[in-house]
Design a protein around this ligand. Sequence first.
Ligand SMILES: C[S@@+](CC[C@H](N)C(=O)[O-])C[C@H]1O[C@@H](n2cnc3c(N)ncnc32)[C@H](O)[C@@H]1O
Length: 287
Amino acid sequence: MIKPRDPDAEAALEADDIALEVFIHALKLRHGYDFSEYSRASLKRRALELTRKFGVERLGDLIPSTLYEPALVREIVSHLSVPVSSLFRDPEVFLRLREEVLPMLASWPRINIWLAGCAYGEEVYSLAIMLAEAGLTQRSQIYATDFNDYALERAAEGIFNRQNLPEYRRNYMESGGQARLSDYYHARYELMRMRRELLERVVFAHHNLVTDGVFAEAHLIMCRNVLIYFTQPLKDRVLELFADSLVRGGFLVLGNKEALSATSPVADRFELVSATDRIYRLKRDGV
Ligand SMILES: C[S@@+](CC[C@H](N)C(=O)[O-])C[C@H]1O[C@@H](n2cnc3c(N)ncnc32)[C@H](O)[C@@H]1O
């Protein structure tokens, strides 16, 4: 059945799309946060959530706050950047890392790991636990980066909600965990704080994948659930950045929501390690 046209709804949609572009432009010009190459569907959804959060009616009403209320910008960027994660998220990826990648990393005297888009740090603590259980902590250095400074502060605190504990425990077990998850945190009321020792070999740093350059001579780069928000040209640029940041034979883990497509400009620099978990290895001649 053909739906009757609703000109008012169409006009509102158009106005929202224009407002979204102005909003994105204002964030970039005024604060240097560049969302211009993020895919519009999820950006619009998040921006509309912000209108409800701030109690304003239309997307365009967010623009004055963006321009004149710097205190709100942190909250705006934080919400748009979707800092959602979990301890041992997608445990099969961690299991594969534990069983197939760590033994190969162990052949290097020093292991530099770049966790790009670390959100509130769940992935950082998960990896630190796995390195400890593999006896690799002292040889490792984890650089955990994000462009959301609020998320980085929270990640360094390592405090999570115990409500999620059943999921965390299940993930840990399914990732091949060798101890009890409770060995790695202190519980207090409804919160859990990850043990400080886990941060012994971790550096948190601001890094923006859109604007910043090569980060480290990495042996492993893990960047999961980040590229999904980017347009294809931006994805391609970031994948090139990763290829340039890896040592020969270094590993790239994209996780099960993202893949290195055959048309990517760096596709022939990598070989596939796991098709299901999207783990790739920079070829010896792939530099
Ligand atoms: C959905 S979370 C993914 C967290 C974790 N990697 C995981 O898979 O559970 C996406 C993270 O990417 C970060 N991010 C988005 N755009 C970024 C950019 N341009 N540079 C650095 N980090 C970015 C966000 O701030 C957010 O913390």
